[in-house]
Design a protein around this ligand. Structure first.
Ligand code: MG
Length: 232
């Protein structure tokens, strides 16, 4: 082979190696939900990264008091609830879990999102585990997620929740239970699951009435961002 042919051969190899690098590099893998999607025109923004004016401490008129910086709110000093109350809705929410290598089980980056203040979608570091009814994505104590869709800690994740409140007739008899479907990082983890009643550590209250979205303080510095809801 001439030296020119050698050069061409080497150049071709370098280009091929670069192409392979670009294709397999994790930065080229796009998550389904990046948080940058256009907001639906009927969405109510509950947290846009600037302030928690849509929130307060639960069962109180005091300000939420969680730390807000860099576009996120971090758990601090008690559960917070939306000032607005909801019946049927779609909810989008993003969360970030700290790495807590020494903590185990329910002590590892625990928080939770309570629909109507009554039904918890668990927030926990369950990365790589066989999911049970109290792991991340679970309807707490009711149903494990269909699949473990968790990302490792220290990465942003999302829930898209589709909730229908329990229904009652004019006499107050329950006609149907609360029902929920959930996407975790864009993956369907609950499909029309009926929830028999309030989950553990919920606010409870009159189940025929609308309720707030509640974010749980379980003593771990979980971060939330980009929260919006579409009342349906
Ligand atoms: Mg929890």
């Amino acid at each position: 082979m001439s030296s020119l042919a050698h050069l061409r051969y080497a150049a071709a190899l370098i280009v091929l190696a670069l192409l392979i690098l670009i294709c397999v590099h994790p930065a080229s893998v796009q998550p389904l939900f990046t948080g940058g999607e256009a907001l639906p025109s009927d969405a109510v923004v509950l947290f846009d990264g600037k302030d928690l004016s849509e929130w307060r401490r639960c069962r109180s008129d005091e300000p939420a008091g969680w730390k807000v910086e860099n576009g996120y709110a971090e758990v601090r000093g008690g559960n917070i609830c939306t000032k607005r109350k909801f019946t049927n809705f779609q909810l989008h929410i993003e969360f970030w879990l700290p790495l807590m290598p020494k903590a185990k089980g329910q002590a590892r980056a625990n928080s939770g999102i309570y629909l109507q203040g009554r039904y918890e979608i668990q927030v926990l570091d369950s990365y790589g585990l066989k999911s049970r009814r109290n792991d991340c994505g679970a309807i707490y104590g009711v149903a494990a997620p269909l699949v473990n869709a968790c990302r490792p800690p220290e990465q942003w994740q999302s829930y898209d929740v589709f909730f229908r409140a329990p229904r009652f007739d004019d006499e107050g008899n329950q006609i149907s239970k609360a029902c929920v479907s959930v996407l975790h990082n864009g993956i369907w983890i609950h499909h029309g699951v009926e929830i028999p009643g309030s989950t553990v550590a919920a606010m409870g209250g009159n189940v025929t009435a609308p309720g707030p979205i509640m974010l749980q303080d379980h003593g771990n510095p979980i971060r939330y961002r980009n929260i919006w809801v579409r009342p349906l």
